[in-house]
Write a protein that binds this ligand. Sequence first.
Ligand code: PBG
Length: 324
Amino acid sequence: MIERRPRRLRQTAALRRLVAETQLSVNDLVAPLFVRQGITDPQPIGSLPGVVQHTRPSLVEEARQLRDLGVPALILFGIPEHKDAVGSEAWNPDGIVQQALRDLRDELGDDMVLMADLCVDEYTDHGHCGIVTAQGTVDNDATLELYQQAAIAQADAGAHLTAPSGMMDGQVAAIRSALDSAGHLDTAILAYAAKYASSLYGPFRDAVDVEIADGGDRKGYQQDPANARESMMEVFLDISEGADMVMVKPAMAYLDVIAKVRAEVDVPLAAYHVSGEYAMIKAAAANGWIDGDAVAMEHLLSIKRAGADFILTYLTRWAAEALQ
Ligand code: PBG
């Protein structure tokens, strides 16, 4: 009998390269960037080492450098000076994200895909992703109207793509019809389709100055980490409502969900390697407990191996440089 010896193909770096099933390239990376109104210098974010809240000019400079590194896309989050109960800065034509989108479109044209996260939590004084009722719950259908206005404002300002992240039911259909009615037939939708109520978003909330009122959480609208089958329903609903691409978020603890979605749908699939995943790598590396660069590459490769076509990650700039 012929003896199978899998180690034969692992003997040299060139052999391993030849038989690698998964490739990670700069084309797979999307940079999440933060822009803050009313600051004159970029502000570091303590729990996201190496990531900053940008000024409008520093944002444009960062985007230019990412473009020069070959990164195909960025996703923008805004921190307004003034928050209110409904998050009205999210659709103000002169709101911070809309201003920043115009700056970026003027500077970059179509060189990078300009994605705008679409939610109101960065803009509400209570930190929820929608309108809070007297009972303290988030009103699904009233919130959809806010998302429609924000989508139009983002498209007007030059976003190529809007990415609704609020997990309201029917949000993709509502946004698609609003965009179409406003003549934005070509603005794409990347749906945060399977988005979990994860504890890994902590550093992001530092980045956008969000604290959910009364010690609240998002378990009433984001998915329960216990559920995987439910993700397929969310994904199929979003595609039927007109999503051009879908996302699973977070990534590493949800590789099973990424693999399941990849097996069952044909639209492009994104995964979000979220703030807590990045922070854990940085913290352990700073303690000398892991090799941070090696673990970072292993995370990104594994997310692709599971089936993601591209990855939203705070590692984008570093990875783009490492992959040159
Ligand atoms: C909502 C939004 C969140 C993230 C992206 N979009 C926060 C939340 O749902 O609470 C988290 C991203 C990260 O942790 O890196 N606007």
